[in-house]
Write a protein that binds this ligand. Structure first.
Ligand code: NAD
Length: 380
């Protein structure tokens, strides 16, 4: 099971290195960024720059002008356009990868092989094989590989995780997750909608966030069977607002749109639990929302972007809804996760994400795409 494999994975990787790791923990980490587009600018650069344990030493972007502009703003002189030049810098301890999806695994594996720790934006990789290669490279190198799972840092997610760990929900046997947009295609025609570069549509873009959150809250059961359907109905739509509710991506008028815009699916886990999923960039629904709904023997929980966290239970023979008063600042979560990564690298914390989490995640996504093609359930 994923849960039991985590500590031992980490132990065996860290056991071999325990003495040298202690000796080599630097006073301050030299970190370089690869891919300095929207997400790096919006929510990575500031927290890294403000973390006293980090020195941002180099920025890389194939459009080097972007790295240069950001370097000027943050006083970082070293910029380049080929990530291999970053990996040659001996003093760089760790890299933060924020490129389009296709390049995540190639760059992460090369960085691990060059002896660098890695933070990589989601999705981990565009195929299960690549995700496994990343996990293998992390194990072989003894370096830390973490992939962005910022939703785990939301105050409501953190509270719910503790509530569940204290046994308040009992066995969690079923769930529903989704991120459904009415109109929110990121950069129609750009890399997000081009399968070769993105690996898929809303399933790989938004699915990683919410499926991961559900599985993490459920205690990391191992996925064993998956079925799904995908649809592409908005590729040729020319409604002006197709991308209105996406903050990301650069639209390209004559670009490609060969990914799904809606994915539905069903995942079974080794402990008998199941998860229903739905993700859309565009679909004819009332309004956008993302949600994780969990059903436990003792109580249920609903994390829903359109309302505060709700817990459903029975007290003294009476049905009760509990409304925890947790703050809802979602966007600072990337910074919190990056700070956690830094704490892990400084030897102060254990990683809340291990590469096996990513392997399971990308296996699920890959299996939904396969099932959508074949019309059959896929055994993992
Ligand atoms: N966690 C989140 O909430 C979240 C939100 C948005 C995007 N993302 C992820 O972040 C990643 C980047 O998305 P974005 O919206 O910033 O895209 P973007 O297109 O704005 O930025 C990507 C940058 O990478 C550069 N680049 C492309 N190939 C490169 C290469 N081989 N080497 C170096 N640089 C390269 C591009 O020039 C661009 O500046 C994606 O994987 C996306 O899924 C995560």
């Amino acid at each position: 099971m994923a849960k039991s494999s985590k500590p031992s994975d980490k132990k065996s990787a860290s056991k071999k290195k325990s003495t040298s790791k202690k000796k080599s923990t630097p006073k301050q980490l030299s970190v370089a960024a690869i891919g300095t587009g929207n997400i790096f600018k919006a929510v990575h650069v500031k927290p890294l720059n403000e973390n006293p344990d980090v020195k941002l030493v180099a920025l890389c972007d194939i459009e080097e002008s972007k790295a240069k502009a950001l370097g000027k703003e943050y006083g970082i002189d070293k910029t380049c356009k080929n990530y291999k030049d970053i990996l040659k810098i001996k003093s760089v301890d760790a890299v933060d990868i924020c490129t389009p999806n296709k390049f995540h695994s190639e760059i992460a594996i090369a960085a691990l092989e060059a002896g660098k720790h890695v933070m990589c934006e989601k999705p981990d990789a565009v195929s299960p094989k690549e995700a496994q290669r990343m996990a293998d490279a992390a194990k072989a190198s003894g370096k830390t590989l973490m992939v962005m799972r910022n939703n785990r840092m939301r105050p409501d997610s953190q509270f719910l995780k503790k509530y569940i760990a204290a046994g308040n929900m009992g066995d969690i046997y079923a769930g529903r997750v989704g991120w459904i947009r009415r109109r929110g295609i990121p950069g129609k025609g750009g890399w997000f909608t081009t399968k070769e570069l993105s690996g898929g549509g809303p399933l790989i873009d938004l699915g990683v966030h919410m499926i991961d959150l559900a599985i993490w809250l459920m205690g990391n059961p191992r996925p064993v069977a998956v079925s799904g359907s995908t649809y592409c109905k908005f590729a040729n739509s020319d409604v002006a607002g197709d991308s209105a509710h996406s903050q990301f991506g650069r639209a390209q008028a004559d670009g490609t749109f060969d990914v799904e815009d809606l994915a539905m699916g069903f995942v079974r886990f080794d402990n008998g639990a199941s998860l229903q999923i739905e993700f859309s960039w565009a679909s004819n629904i009332e309004q956008e929302k993302n949600f994780v709904e969990l059903r436990g023997e003792k109580s249920g929980a609903c994390l829903d972007s359109s309302q505060p966290l709700k817990l459903f239970t029975e007290i003294e023979g009476m049905l009760c809804d509990i409304l925890p008063q947790v703050p809802t600042n979602v966007w600072a979560t990337h910074g919190l996760y990056l700070n956690h990564w830094v704490d892990v690298l400084m030897g102060r914390d254990k990683p809340m994400f291990v590469p096996q989490d990513g392997v399971h995640m990308i296996q699920i996504l890959g299996a939904i795409y396969e099932s959508a093609k074949t019309g059959k359930e896929v055994q993992l």
